[in-house]
Structure formats: structure tokens, C-alpha cells
Design a protein. Structure first.
Length: 276
């Protein structure tokens, strides 16, 4: 009887050990992590663009600082819609960009200063990237030794916004008005930091390749002098983009494809989208 009892105890111990191993093994398997890539791609492809705007907003909140420069390309049509001025500006300067703006963190808000045909703006970053005409976005940051210039440049843009200085549609440097690149350049020059040098319009790298008919109509309609030096967003070799005072922050990115998020960021965006 004792042998049977011992044998039963052995079987019982073995059974308990097996159960313990199984249970421990089950607990060691991590819970499945939701793969959000499909949901993410579907969300940013939504026609109402809410997810894209939220994704860009989250990127801005976690990456942008006061003094950062945003470069974009959009679609701004002039002359009764006959001319895509954004494309023309990009072609003239052989630049992927047609517009530039300055970032400012003020309290817990992220603002963008720029000037457009309607005049100077102080616009929330989320509203800035929600513009359906935008197609491309990139960013540059002041190098460490130049970042102390940011606050004065922002003050300059704030004053221009407060005064609602009219847009400079004749693209002259001496008339007390500002176009987008001129505003940013002059803001930093006011702060003691030139970013680039102006180039006469007729010496811009793409000047000879712009349709002569379009060029003549534009020059006549806008009273633009082709010998007038201008500032421009730039490319890798000229303009503000190539300034030695700046360092890369975000390379040109399709506005429809915000920087690929981590699972945590995708969840945050998805939660915000659900909340809206």
C-alpha cells in the first residue's frame, strides 16, 4: 500500500509540475500587439484628411521648436486661375518649394508666421497643414550657435502680423511690404542673422526655362521688374533652404504621407480621431 501511495504522490507531483510549467509558459507569452499599419494607411487616406492633419499635428508637437522654418509647396493660382503661381515660383527657382514660414511655440500652442496674398498670418500649425492646397512639406532648424536669434525673428513677424503689412505682389525689396521669403529673411536679418542673399529674377536658375508667354504676362500684370533681386525658399545650392545657418530637420515629404509613426503615435492619432 505504501508503494502505491508513493507512486500516486509521484504522479500527483508530476501533474502539478506540468500544470505549473504550462501556466508559467502562458504568462510568458506577451499579449498580441495590434498591428496598426493597415489601419494607419487607411486612416491617412481618408478623404476628409482628419487623420493626416492629426498625424502632422502630433509630429509638429513632438519635433518643432521656436525658430524652425517650414518649407512647403502648394497650389496658388493667379490671373483668373490661368497661372499656377506656386509651380511658376518653383520652376523659376528650381526649388521643390513655393512658400516658407516660421514656427513659434507660445505657451502650449504651436504657431506659424507667414504672409500670403491676403496678408500676414499667425496661424496654428494644425490649421497650416490642413490646407488642402499643400502637397509637400519640409523643415530646417537653426544650428545650435544661431538659435538665440529665433526670438527676435519671431518678434519681427509678430509685429508685421499685428500691423497687417500688405503682401508685396511686386516683389521689391525697398517698398515696406513683404512676400513670404522676404518676410522670413528680413526677420532674421533684423535679429542679426542673414540666411541668404537675393538674386535678380532674370538670374534665377530656371528663368530661361519658363514659358516666355507666361513670363511676360506675369511681369506685365504684376509690375515685376526682372532685374529686381529677390529672396526665395531655395534648393540645395541657393536660397534660404541651403543656408549654412540651418541644419536638416525634415526632408521634403509628401503631405499625404506624414512621417511614419511608431505604434504609440499611431494609437495616439487613432484615439484623437475617434474622439473627434
Amino acid at each position: 500500500m505504501k508503494r502505491r501511495s508513493d507512486r500516486g504522490s509521484v504522479w500527483l507531483a508530476a501533474l502539478l509540475l506540468a500544470c505549473t510549467v504550462c501556466l508559467t509558459g502562458c504568462r510568458a507569452v506577451p499579449p498580441p500587439v495590434e498591428d496598426l499599419s493597415t489601419r494607419w494607411q487607411a486612416a491617412i487616406g481618408m478623404p476628409d484628411t482628419r487623420a493626416r492633419v492629426l498625424a502632422w499635428q502630433h509630429w509638429g508637437e513632438t519635433h518643432l521648436e521656436s525658430g524652425d522654418l517650414i518649407f512647403v509647396r502648394g497650389q496658388h493660382r493667379i490671373l483668373l486661375g490661368l497661372v499656377d503661381f506656386s509651380r511658376l515660383a518653383s520652376d523659376l527657382t528650381e526649388s521643390p518649394f513655393s512658400h516658407i514660414a516660421l514656427v513659434s511655440r507660445e505657451g502650449d500652442r504651436l504657431w506659424v508666421y507667414d504672409t500670403v496674398a491676403e496678408g500676414p498670418r499667425r496661424i496654428a500649425f494644425a490649421d497650416f497643414v490642413a490646407d488642402r492646397r499643400l502637397t509637400l512639406l519640409a523643415a530646417r532648424r537653426l544650428r545650435l550657435e544661431h538659435r538665440h536669434h529665433a526670438s527676435q525673428a519671431i518678434d519681427f513677424c509678430y509685429d508685421v502680423w499685428q500691423q497687417q503689412v500688405p503682401f508685396d505682389d511686386s516683389f521689391r525689396l525697398d517698398n515696406g511690404r513683404w512676400y513670404c521669403s522676404e518676410l522670413i529673411e528680413m526677420a532674421f536679418r533684423y535679429a542679426g542673422l542673414p540666411l541668404s542673399e537675393p538674386v535678380p529674377i532674370r538670374q534665377l536658375p530656371g528663368y530661361d526655362r519658363v514659358s516666355p508667354a507666361v513670363g511676360q504676362v506675369l511681369l506685365a500684370a504684376r509690375s515685376i521688374d526682372p532685374t529686381e533681386p529677390v529672396f526665395f525658399p531655395g534648393n540645395d545650392s541657393a536660397g534660404i533652404w541651403s543656408s549654412a545657418a540651418l541644419e536638416p530637420l525634415l526632408e521634403p515629404t509628401d503631405i499625404r504621407q506624414p512621417p511614419q509613426p511608431t505604434i504609440e503615435v499611431a494609437e495616439t492619432v487613432a484615439n484623437r480621431l475617434d474622439a473627434n
